[in-house]
Design a binder for this molecule. Structure first.
Ligand SMILES: Nc1ncnc2c1ncn2[C@@H]1O[C@H](COP(=O)(O)OP(=O)(O)OP(=O)(O)O)[C@@H](O)[C@H]1O
Ligand SMILES: [Mg+2]
Length: 252
């Protein structure tokens, strides 16, 4: 549920955000001026056609790429002002990122993949302690029994759960996800989506690009992006959520 109504401060403030890509044909603005405030506990779905700018915006919020103009502040940190080295360190600690293609390290086990961000951040103690934490996180996404397998030896949905556990490694308040269910079949996508819902219920803030309208109807807020501009910002209230749930149950 959004904390907008109870007067809490936004977790993320995006102001006048523009992103140009330099191409042989000239500058191309993939983001043309985005203003946005995201509040703690929101589950935001970003919808839009292919090429609308979803990944570009997610990459800005995750500190993977930098704005051409405008600013992003997350939990009080002006992200666009950080040097490259500090941005990398900040990202490793403060943001969890989940991609459509999982992007796990194939030669590391599931648990080792989850330990990697802890190691980069120098957190959570010895390797043995990091391993224990990785196993706990894998248990929260229901795949503890696969901890010591390589990613190639588990299913797509299980790989995405490993990627979610990895995103949680340093306990970030904010998770950015770029079509996290895009390469999963619909049942597996539902199960992975349910994991995100549990994370939101546990207090995380999630910003998720998706093409899936059905999933997008189960979040707290829907944004639509077109040609690098936000053209729709729809707050789904808790009551609407319950009504939706009710309708779903009646139809089941
Ligand atoms: N590195 C780049 N250089 C030049 N243009 C780029 C680059 N990255 C993205 N673009 C362009 O920016 C626009 C937005 O791309 P983006 O990847 O954000 O779209 P998207 O909404 O994520 O699409 P999809 O649903 O296909 O993932 C597109 O027109 C794309 O071609
Ligand atoms: Mg994309």
């Amino acid at each position: 549920m959004s904390n907008r109504s109870n007067g809490s401060e936004p977790l993320i403030v995006v102001e006048g955000l523009k992103k140009a890509f330099y191409t042989p044909a000239g500058d191309f603005y993939a983001l043309k001026g985005i203003d946005l405030q995201i509040y703690p506990g929101e589950f935001v779905a970003l919808l839009g056609r292919s090429g609308a700018g979803k990944s570009t915006l997610i990459n800005m919020l995750a500190g993977i790429d930098r704005p051409t103009a405008g600013g992003i502040s997350i939990a009080g940190q002006a992200v666009h002002k950080l040097s490259e080295a500090r941005l990398t360190r900040w990202r490793g600690r403060e943001v969890g990122v989940v991609f459509q293609s999982f992007q796990l390290m194939p030669m590391l086990t599931c648990a080792q993949n989850v330990m990697l961000p802890m190691d980069f951040a120098g957190r959570y103690g010895s390797p043995r302690q990091q391993y224990a934490r990785a196993c706990e996180l894998l248990a929260t996404v229901d795949i503890a029994e696969h901890a010591d397998k390589l990613p190639a030896a588990v299913s797509g949905g299980q790989r995405q759960r490993v990627a979610i556990a990895r995103a949680l490694a340093n306990d970030p308040a904010f998770i950015a996800a770029d079509e996290p269910t895009g390469s999963l079949d619909s049942r597996t996508a539902d199960a992975v989506f349910a994991v995100f819902q549990q994370l939101v219920a546990a207090g995380k803030t999630i910003f998720m690009a998706t093409h899936d309208r059905e999933l997008a109807s189960h979040v707290t807020r829907v944004l639509r992006i077109e040609d690098g501009l936000i053209v729709e910002d729809l707050q789904l209230t808790a009551v609407q959520g319950e009504e939706r749930q009710h309708v779903v149950e009646m139809e089941a």
